[in-house]
Design a protein around this ligand. Structure first.
Ligand code: ACO
Length: 326
């Protein structure tokens, strides 16, 4: 049976660092509040030449290098993002241009912070249909462009980043992407939203909304995130007949360290098996899981045969989990 195998990972962080001390000079907040409520100490913020597509392309180049592939070998580019450079063209087409990956087709996928796991699932289905395909799945975000810098309840949370992986088909039964579980529930969308540009058609309901920045009911999102990710993980593990103590590393969406601690407790998982980058990068939405995956991979934490579990939650709501054997 064909399985999708990760043959390269990469990541790219903008150069500029914004610390909690910097934020203290911008809004009424404190390092103590941000650290105790979120676990975040710092985040990266993009500047000139660090558009979402540029970060995504830089992460992709690293993943291609690790895979030993030229850009022309890529058949499909999926960019998962809620902060693309433009609505049209897609960020994926701009990444394709940057890479000169001219044999690929390319499209964006929006599942908010869950995007990367949704992207893996889509890539897996192409690879199952055609195992020779080489697919780049990229999570890339410039949330700094979609943050209300006067709103202390959100502006301390987010950062910019991109992470990428290259997948192709492998024939080993127990090696690669073993399973995914994806979920959505649009009914509670207003708890976490990001409007687009105002409508030029005044009759449309969203015409009056000119706030193209993230709005969030933090405490509600917190509770639903813990419950949903916990259920997704338990249901995936039950489906695959795998116990949580067989998992080497859990790489969750990095929204808040308290969410991650609550999740670990719910899963009876020792916290040292939860990989975190939240302290240095904040919440980078669809980029958070691939950045963490690349970091763990490059540090040599993941050995061939290890079981790795990804779990995500984001606006929509969307959530899910993916199980890989490295
Ligand atoms: N500095 C100081 N005080 C603050 C700040 C700040 N930056 N932000 C809020 N406060 C204040 C509030 O005004 C409030 O004050 P009040 O009691 O006088 O009214 C108090 O702190 C408590 O506010 P809460 O919102 O109840 O704080 P909470 O402990 O819930 O933490 C947080 C807020 C960090 C946002 C938390 O709810 C959270 O992490 N939620 C989940 C975020 C998340 O998972 N997002 C999902 C993904 S995002 C995406 O998809 C793009």
């Amino acid at each position: 049976m064909t399985r999708s195998v990760v043959i390269g990972t990469g990541s790219c962080l903008p150069k500029r660092e914004l610390t909690n001390a910097d934020l203290e000079t911008m809004v009424d907040t404190s390092d103590e509040w941000i650290t105790t409520r979120t676990g975040i100490k710092s985040r990266r913020i993009s500047g000139h030449g660090e558009e979402t597509s540029k970060l995504g392309a830089a992460a992709a180049r690293q993943a291609l290098d690790m895979a030993g592939l030229a850009p022309a070998a890529i058949d499909l580019i999926i960019v998962c993002s809620i902060s693309p450079d433009m609505v049209m063209p897609s960020c994926a087409c701009l990444v394709q241009k940057e890479l000169a990956a001219l044999n690929a087709f390319a499209f964006d996928l929006n599942a908010a912070c869950s995007g990367f796991v949704f992207g893996l699932d889509v890539a897996d289905r192409y690879i199952k249909a055609n195992p020779a395909m080489k697919i780049l799945v990229i999570g890339a975000e410039n949330l700094s462009a979609r943050t209300n810098w006067q709103d202390r309840s959100t502006c301390v949370l987010f950062g910019d980043a991109a992470g990428a992986c290259v997948l192709t088909g492998g024939e080993e039964e127990q090696h690669g992407l073993l399973a995914t579980r994806l979920y959505s529930d649009g009914r509670l969308w207003q708890l976490l939203s990001l409007a687009g540009a105002p409508s030029l058609n005044p009759d449309l309901e969203y015409a009056a909304d000119n706030g193209a920045y993230i709005k969030m009911a933090g405490p509600d999102v917190f509770k639903i995130a813990v419950r949903s990710m916990g259920e997704a993980v338990n249901s995936l593990l039950a489906q695959e007949g795998i116990a949580i103590d067989q998992i080497k590393l859990v790489i969750p969406h990095q929204a808040n360290v308290r969410i991650l601690r609550s999740l670990a407790e719910k899963l009876s998982l020792p916290f040292d098996r939860v990989y975190t980058t939240i302290e240095k990068y904040g919440n980078t939405s669809a980029a958070s899981v691939p950045v963490a995956l690349d970091e763990a991979n490059r540090r040599g934490i993941l050995q061939r045969g290890d079981l790795v579990l990804l779990c995500v939650f984001g606006g929509g709501f969307t959530w899910g989990a993916a199980l890989l054997r490295w």
